[in-house]
Design a protein around this ligand. Structure first.
Ligand code: BJ8
Length: 450
């Protein structure tokens, strides 16, 4: 079941391009909304200031962007404003808001039970002193960030959510949810398989059944064959639109920057699904024309990079910014905020709830997160992507202390090098202290690709 009555399109306003999220004309009207949600207004202002400044420097300074990116600029300028207001309006109308930290949480089931799923970004450091009272220092930046946004009281998505869904994936997340439980009102933890076996498949199916029950109990709305079918179509359409955009990035010259493509993949997690699909398809129409005219965001023969590894959540734009300000272009992301997360559609042929639940589980069971062991599918997928996107080299992006992806980065590098594809393994966090050092390494890598 999609939100009844598609919301009005976000209308990009000239003033919003280049404005910080806090300086939009509506922002004062949002302050009472943020206050009611329990946000720390001073800390939240500080966050929006930093976010707006970073967005201006990283995004709005880019040249030759497709016009359609104006929509995504607008979404970012209203990320804590208009979208939150929409979610609160949905709540008033009886829908439930569900926040998640992982692409294994099936949006289809949330939509079918009259809910709206939002990704809880976790892409920036916040309230680190407080965080390190609850988590060891050597916890990955993503997990620390999720705590920072809660402890710092700066995330209106978290505060709007009727239920937060965690999952037993890596050890960091699994154990962190034990502490998060005391901080949020309604935490639901999903048990996920770690092995791609028949037992693993059954576990996932069983967990999705349990989750369906939890969603139905939360919303009071049963999942029916009709609502699940509609939800599957809605989410498939959204994924098909990003597949279309990815496919256009195979062209040389690259028709849009990796930064812009990453932004689209990030907005995937919190925009209204139908509106997001329309906006991505619109940008694809424009990008198709750019490809025909050989109009690029970068000149032809610019070294092409595939980024592989940990998710890059909003506002983590560090790596593509470094790459693209060093003379290369990112042409694909083997990442949960990217192709690993959006790959594969749910089979739409099922007619009963059971058949469709089965199809949903089958689709998600193919996600090749590094928490699986062994995980040869991911390695194959990195190689396939490098070939499909005509990448000259692969940068493996690992967050410090992320054992699953850092461990896999070594076999990934070995396999790529055996195929003659240069690979650079990077390990970093959300801070800027290592930006200079990273840039030096990335520049040297790009030089090697020319
Ligand atoms: S399906 S990648 S979204 S778990 S970076 S918290 S793995 S220590 S995010 Fe992920 Fe789901 Fe897998 Fe995707 Fe742990 Fe690593 Fe931190 Fe990570």
């Amino acid at each position: 079941m999609e939100a009844k009555g598609k919301p009005a399109p976000f209308r990009p306003r000239a003033a919003s391009r280049g404005a910080s999220p806090r300086s939009t004309p509506m922002s004062e009207a949002y302050r009472s909304m943020w206050k009611d949600l329990g946000l720390d207004l001073a800390a939240h202002d500080a966050l929006l200031d930093v976010l707006g400044k970073a967005y201006g420097e990283v995004y709005l300074s880019q040249k030759d962007r497709p016009e359609g990116m104006g929509y995504f600029d607008f979404v970012m300028s209203e990320v804590h404003g208009l979208r939150i207001k929409e979610l609160l309006d949905e709540k008033k109308a009886g829908r439930k808001i569900v926040g998640s930290y992982c692409v294994f949480v099936p949006e289809e089931i949330v939509l079918a039970a009259n809910g709206t799923l939002v990704g809880l970004c976790s892409g920036a450091d916040f309230a680190m002193e407080e965080v390190e009272k609850l988590l060891p220092r050597n916890t990955c930046a993503l997990v620390k960030s999720s705590f920072g946004f809660k402890l710092g009281k700066v995330c209106p998505y978290l505060e709007s959510a009727d239920m937060i869904v965690g999952e037993n994936t890596c050890d960091g997340k699994k154990k962190a949810y034990e502490s998060l439980k005391g901080l949020v009102e309604n935490l639901y933890v999903m048990d996920l398989p770690q092995v791609k076996s028949d037992q693993g498949r059954s576990l996932l199916k069983g967990e999705y059944e349990r989750f369906k029950g939890a969603m139905e109990a939360l919303s009071g709305v049963p999942v029916t064959a009709e609502s699940l079918k509609e939800a599957i179509r809605t989410v498939n359409a959204k994924r098909a639109a990003v597949h279309r955009l990815s496919s256009l990035r195979k062209a040389d010259p690259a028709p849009l920057s990796g930064l812009d493509a990453l932004l689209v993949n990030q907005v995937f997690f919190y925009d209204n699904p139908a509106r997001f699909t329309d906006s991505v398809n619109k940008i694809c129409d424009e990008v198709e024309k750019r490809v025909e005219k050989k109009q690029g965001a970068f000149p032809e023969k610019t070294p092409r990079i595939l980024v592989s590894g940990c998710p890059q959540a909003v506002p983590n734009w560090k790596l593509p910014h470094i790459v693209e300000s060093s003379g290369a272009v990112v042409v694909g992301e083997e990442s949960c905020v990217g192709e690993r997360g959006a790959r594969n559609l749910v089979d739409e042929s099922g007619e009963t709830v059971e058949e469709m639940m089965e199809a949903v589980a089958e689709r998600y069971f193919q996600v090749d997160c590094a928490i699986f062991t062994p995980n040869p599918q991911r390695l194959e997928h990195v190689e396939e992507m490098a070939a499909a996107y005509k990448a000259d080299g692969v940068i493996h992006y690992g967050l410090q202390f992320c054992q699953p992806y850092l461990m896999e980065s070594i076999p990934v590098e070995k396999a790529l090098e055996e195929k003659g594809i240069p690979c650079l393994r990077l390990e970093t966090d959300y801070g800027t202290e290592d930006a200079g050092q990273l840039k030096t390494r990335v520049e040297a890598f790009i030089e090697q690709l020319r």
